[in-house]
Design a protein around this ligand. Structure first.
Ligand code: NAP
Length: 318
């Protein structure tokens, strides 16, 4: 649903999964939907999102529209009895995400946020290393995500009406990593630079935790940054090589010495792993993923709400 950039990449990965069939694609524009279909073995196509939601032969819909439309599009799918994989961020704020979760629960339908990082094999390995105490207790983490945007004020990246800004689009990844490794912070400090369109082009965040652990996080659309993550523990540290949110390489340093480089490739563009999680959940009749439960998506957006408040980023009623 929504045939933009990520929908094309996702559709390619869907073909790599043994358990999934790309059945149909919907655009607000019939000509565009038809062209997409032509590109993908003439799958069914629709000139409106509603027609897709109403097709009785569909099990699950991938919502790939800009963030402000996630709530409306997801509710449309759920209303018509469809399970949903909704792109990140699941909604614009906690109120929207809560509404989506409540609807999925009341309809007893599967709903998951497209936070693909959780299912990337390198992320699984990171969690395994932390779990087996490879670096000891985590003291602090550092993660950045930045790219140089084209500055076009009308584009999804800068346009407030389309949910623009670095925080919601890419800042979500360092924040998600902090949630995975350190949990919910007690204290949040954030500072941003805003664009003329009123969204953040740079955001620096410092999270503090009950046990005095720290997270130093950054997002920006002003420059290409390393997109790396470091997790520092009492006995060593782990580096998630670029791009950390879908890394294929981990370095494990113990006592200041470079001890191990672990290469962990993913399949296709990396989206296959989340696709397979969705399939696993559907086959098992689960309404949420154990690895990426509703509660985590809610905590994630709550963290972003706290950062938004600190930096004075308000989307209002779009
Ligand atoms: N997981 C990831 O790695 C990843 C990567 C990139 C983006 N994303 C997420 O995916 C979502 C879409 O990102 P994208 O880069 O694919 O965006 P995009 O290229 O702009 O595509 C978004 C699509 O949404 C549809 N849409 C519906 N209402 C719209 C409106 N009012 N204005 C513009 N488009 C509208 C359009 O499809 P139709 O014209 O066909 O209706 C459009 O092509 C975002 O929420 C983003 O955070 C995730």
């Amino acid at each position: 649903m929504g045939l933009g950039k990520i929908a094309r990449t996702f559709a390619a990965d869907l073909q790599l999964s043994d358990d999934a069939v790309l059945y149909g694609a919907a655009s607000r524009d019939l000509t565009k939907a038809k062209a997409f279909s032509k590109h993908h073995q003439s799958i069914k196509y629709y000139g409106s999102y509603k027609e897709l939601a109403m097709d009785p032969d569909i099990d699950v819909i991938y919502v790939a529209t800009p963030h402000p439309f996630h709530v409306e599009n997801t509710l449309l799918c759920l209303e018509h009895g469809k399970a949903v994989l909704c792109e990140k961020p699941m909604g614009m704020d906690a109120r929207e995400v809560k509404m989506m979760i409540d609807k999925a629960k009341s309809k007893q339908l599967f709903l998951m946020e497209g936070m693909w990082t959780r299912f990337i094999p390198a992320t699984e390995k990171l969690l395994e290393l932390i779990d087996e105490d490879a670096i000891g207790e985590v003291l602090f983490i550092r993660a950045d995500f930045g790219f140089k945007g084209d500055g076009n004020p009308a584009s999804r990246i800068y346009n407030k009406q389309l949910g623009g800004g670095s925080l919601l689009d890419i800042g979500i990844y360092p924040i998600y990593l902090s949630l995975l490794t350190l949990g919910i912070p007690k204290e949040i400090n954030a500072m941003a630079r805003m664009t003329e369109t009123g969204v953040d082009s740079y955001c620096a965040m410092l999270f503090g935790y009950e046990n005095s652990a720290r997270a130093i996080l950054e997002s920006t659309v002003e420059a290409d940054t390393p997109i790396e993550a470091y997790i520092y523990g009492k006995m060593g540290h782990i580096q998630l090589h670029s791009r950390f949110h879908h890394s294929q390489k981990i370095s494990l340093f113990k006592d200041g010495q470079h001890t191990e480089v672990i290469k962990i490739p993913y399949t296709g563009n990396g989206y296959v792993h989340e696709i397979e999680e969705v399939n696993r959940c559907l086959y098992n009749g689960y309404t949420e993923s154990k690895k990426l439960p509703h509660a985590i998506s809610l905590e994630l957006i709550k963290l972003m709400d706290r950062v938004k408040e600190q930096i004075g980023l308000f989307y209002g009623n779009l």
